[in-house]
Design a protein around this ligand. Structure first.
Ligand code: ARG
Length: 460
């Protein structure tokens, strides 16, 4: 006979061979060890305060938990697959170390509320880590923005040079995106911060426990109100994954731009050696592997969200082992996100801007054609549609003569639009165009500097 000693009382046989591999979660949920021990300490203290276990038993349990913690920290702990998961592994070792007192720890508790508690604690920390990673990336972007408030690049729509913008302005657009991502993690963290402990298997317990005390001791705002909800809810994990998936999408966009910008066809930026790799066959290559991997990882993070959403949809209340599938999805997404954020922050901090290349690309696209049309409206009082038409015809002429707009002779412009005067040249340079975009949120370097000051203060 080989039944499980933690629950084998009504069993005669052990698990089927395939089950020994199939059901255990210890391979991955050992990552909950710290939270599990933390939860057990708080639970045991509460049991003693409530007179449910004796002071002596509490002492033995706490001492045993310290030892278990040390064993795990020092890599001496032997994780056993036969003990299924982290909860039973720790409890079983505790029995070995603390004797019969340890058997009292699981009073008024079930693995169902235990795992829900551990996992909430873990995801809460993961939210904090994501917030910190995002903040570091934002700081790196603000640093580039500060160095490049006046650096002109082509702003694109439809991937066609549209209007000149400042590279700093472009960086700050990502700072805004990552700020919203940070907000999503902060919100998720607030909402998940309720304590399932004490819901026991699903219905609560007949022991006179104090859930307010355990909730507070674990840093939760309050105990969860409904025991069924407490053990079955995984929307907190979904919310984390959704926030992670959106953040990964934003990272992917930035990564995609970096890949493009560092391609020799653009040459806008040079990534540092630290974040590029060579080719095994083409000696000249500097591949943006880091950026490409960040872009690629967004696929798995979104996949993690979808996978867990499909697991939990259609489940009946309360606990089902389907829920054991929650952890790997969250761990996988958290690892991918944390690494992506760190890599991206390093890449952005290191990158070198090639202002001449950016400028040349900006000039090539006649990006001040809108400024010409606006001038015709403002100074020559033309209706915008008419001005747009004339400016288009002037661009066509400049293109034919292979001249930049601000180098096209006045007579050429006047042949198309007699209202044009020499004053127009003042708005046709890239710098003038940039400086004129002073509307709130615009790309004028003065505006960009205001934003940089705002972010420097906010990210302090
Ligand atoms: N390993 C389980 C999980 O990850 C812990 C809860 C098990 N509860 C149970 N009644 N089998 O969800």
């Amino acid at each position: 006979m080989n039944t499980n000693k933690m629950w084998g009382g009504r069993f005669e046989g052990g698990p089927a061979k395939v089950m020994e591999e199939f059901t255990p979660s210890i391979g991955f949920d050992k990552r909950l060890a710290r939270q599990d021990i933390q939860g057990s300490r708080v639970h045991a203290r509460m049991l003693a305060t409530q007179g449910i276990i004796s002071r002596e038993d509490l002492g033995a349990i706490l001492k045993g938990l310290d030892e278990v913690e040390a064993e795990i920290a020092e890599g001496r702990f032997v994780f056993k697959r036969a003990l299924e998961d982290i909860h039973l592994n720790i409890e079983s070792r505790l029995v070995e170390l603390a004797g019969p007192a340890a058997g009292r720890l699981h009073t008024a508790r079930s693995r169902n509320d235990q795992v829900a508690t551990d996992f909430r604690l873990w995801v809460r920390d993961a939210c904090t880590l994501a917030e910190e990673g995002l903040r570091a990336l934002q700081a790196a972007l603000v640093g580039q923005a500060a160095a490049n408030a006046d650096t002109v690049m082509p702003g694109y729509t439809h991937m066609q040079a549209a209007q000149p913008i400042s590279f700093g302005h472009h960086c700050l657009a990502y700072v805004e995106m990552f700020e919203r991502d940070r907000g999503r993690f902060a919100d998720a963290k607030k909402r998940l911060n309720e304590c399932p402990l004490g819901a026991a298997a699903l219905a609560g317990t007949s022991f006179p426990i104090d859930r307010e005390v355990t909730a507070r001791a674990l840093g939760f705002t309050r105990p969860m109100r409904n025991s069924l909800d407490a053990v079955s809810a995984r929307d907190f994990a979904l919310e984390y994954l959704a926030a992670a998936a959106i953040a990964a999408t934003n990272l992917s966009k930035l990564a995609g731009e970096l890949v493009q910008w560092c391609s020799p066809a653009f040459g806008f930026v040079r990534l540092s050696d630290g974040f590029t790799t060579g080719s095994s066959i083409m000696p000249q290559k500097r591949n943006p592997d880091a950026a490409e991997l960040v872009r690629g990882k967004s696929g798995r993070v979104l996949g993690d969200f979808v996978a867990l959403a499909v697991v939990v949809k259609g489940l009946v209340l309360a606990y089902g082992t389907d829920l054991q599938e929650d952890k790997e999805r969250v761990f996988d997404a958290a690892d991918a996100l944390e690494a992506s954020l760190a890599v991206m922050a390093g890449m952005v901090a290191d990158l070198q801007v090639n202002a001449a290349k950016m400028r040349a690309a900006a000039v090539a696209g006649y990006p001040t054609a809108t400024d010409l049309a606006d001038w015709l409206v403002r100074v020559a009082k033309k209706p915008f549609r008419e001005a747009h038409h004339s400016a288009g015809a002037i661009v066509k002429r400049a293109e034919l003569l292979k001249l930049d707009l601000d180098k096209l002779p006045l007579e050429e412009m006047q042949k198309i639009e007699p209202a044009v005067t020499t004053e127009v040249y003042a708005v046709l340079t890239l710098e003038a165009s940039l400086a004129s975009r002073m509307s709130l949120g615009g790309t004028a370097p003065a505006r960009v500097r205001e934003q940089i000051a705002f972010w420097k203060e906010k990210l302090k």
